[in-house]
Design a protein around this ligand. Structure first.
Ligand SMILES: Nc1ncnc2c1ncn2[C@@H]1O[C@H](COP(=O)(O)OP(=O)(O)OP(=O)(O)O)[C@@H](O)[C@H]1O
Ligand SMILES: [Mg+2]
Length: 378
């Protein structure tokens, strides 16, 4: 019998639109091609309305703008937590989150699916929470002796109340140039590279506009950026080390990455969700080995499962590899890279569903209840 897979996408995140493409091209299409699953799309609008329907499997519903009318005429999703999860009368066997950023990739959806008690693809709640908080992520990396650029963090309140003191503290504790980032956002939103205290002060104000927690970190010099998609629960395997083509001065911003299709450098290079890139990265073998090691160390330290993409910053002079960030649900699942590594997107989604089921079976085997006489006294 076919398994029923609910695919969650959209959501209240800046990466809403990217999530639609991930869900349709990299999850629902290959799931249909595998011929093993009934696919139930669950689309969450930017306003937080949840709807379902087979029409949501077609990108033209979104590109034509007809999605608004579709949502209007759709009945709100009927969800039952009935010792599992039933959506619009369809019992769900496995959930496949295809959401990026806040309220999707950050552990929120994973928490809901844990409560429902069904297997779900990708990182669990705790690893997602760590991954999507740039401060927590670096703290965990540090605690696991994984190199990361030197950083300090602050809060919106501290920036509002004592901007001067905070600017000074950062300026004394860290060496310019610095990167100032909202702790929870992605797509380079609210990120500034600064070279002196004046710039730092305004960058802190910008970041405080987007987030309550702000990280300030030293820039990695002589930068080579690479990213490594990984897959697995206990046994993990990397895809290919990939090098997005941009420099520290021209670092990826939202438009570069998603709208202009990868920035200024064109010329036959691959365009993925990370823009133009070199695949596999043409870097010395020693750096490739070091990158794969840092990626695997991060995956284990964070307790990631299913898949994730680990982003690294390399100082090409000192040959040091630093952890930058990890995406527990990379755009398009980074399917282009897996394909180049010899794993088709159909195999990828199949494997991810198997990994989800394996983890679920293991969790179920853990004792979660015990009988007590506590209530008898009342
Ligand atoms: N410490 C650093 N040293 C040098 N370059 C950096 C540093 N931190 C960030 N960058 C540059 O800024 C870019 C964006 O930073 P980061 O990846 O942390 O932000 P993001 O918004 O989460 O990511 P993305 O744009 O990848 O979604 C990096 O890809 C890199 O080019
Ligand atoms: Mg990044």
């Amino acid at each position: 019998m076919k398994k029923t897979v609910a695919v969650f996408f959209g959501g209240r995140s800046t990466e809403h639109d990217i999530s639609i493409i991930t869900a349709i091209s990299s999850v629902m299409k290959p799931l249909a091609m595998a011929n093993l699953y009934n696919v139930v799309p669950v689309y969450i609008t930017k306003e937080g309305r949840w709807v379902s329907g087979n029409e949501l499997k077609d990108v033209r519903l979104f590109s034509s703008g007809n999605i608004d009318a579709f949502v209007k005429k759709s009945k709100p999703l009927q969800v039952s937590f009935d010792g599992g999860l039933t959506i619009n009368k369809q019992r769900i066997d496995v959930a496949f989150p295809a959401m990026h950023g806040s309220y999707g990739e950050d552990g929120s959806l994973m928490g809901l699916l844990r409560m429902a008690g069904i297997p779900f693809v990708g990182a669990d709640m705790d690893a997602s929470v760590i991954a999507m908080d740039k401060v927590l992520a670096k703290q965990v990396a540090q605690a696991s002796a994984i190199p990361t650029s030197k950083f300090l963090f602050t809060s919106r309140d501290a920036v509002t109340d004592s901007l001067k003191a905070e600017t000074k503290r950062m300026g004394v504790g860290l060496k310019f140039p610095l990167f100032v980032k909202p702790a929870h956002l992605g797509s380079s939103i609210g990120i500034t590279r600064v070279i002196d205290a004046d710039e730092l002060a305004s960058a802190l104000e910008v970041a405080a506009h987007y987030d309550t927690k702000i990280i300030v970190e030293e820039a990695v010099n002589n930068l080579i950026e690479v990213t490594v998609p990984m897959m697995g629960n206990k046994i993990i395997q990397p895809a290919l080390v990939e090098r997005p083509l941009a420099t520290a001065d021209d670092f990826f911003d939202f438009e570069n990455k998603y709208i202009r299709g990868g920035g200024k450098k064109t010329g036959g290079k691959h365009t993925g969700s990370q823009g133009y890139s070199e695949l596999p990265a043409k870097i010395p073998a020693a750096l490739e080995t070091a990158s794969l090691k840092v990626a695997a160390d991060i995956y284990k330290a964070f307790g990631l499962q299913g898949t994730a993409r680990v982003d690294l910053l390399i100082d090409s002079k000192t040959k040091k590899v630093y952890f930058n960030e990890v995406n527990p649900l990379p755009g398009s699942l980074y399917a282009h890279n897996w394909r180049a590594a010899g794993i088709s997107t159909v195999t990828l989604v199949n494997d991810l569903i198997q990994l989800a089921e394996q983890r679920h079976a293991e969790q179920k085997a853990l004792a979660t209840s015990f009988s007590s006489s506590f209530l008898r006294q009342f």
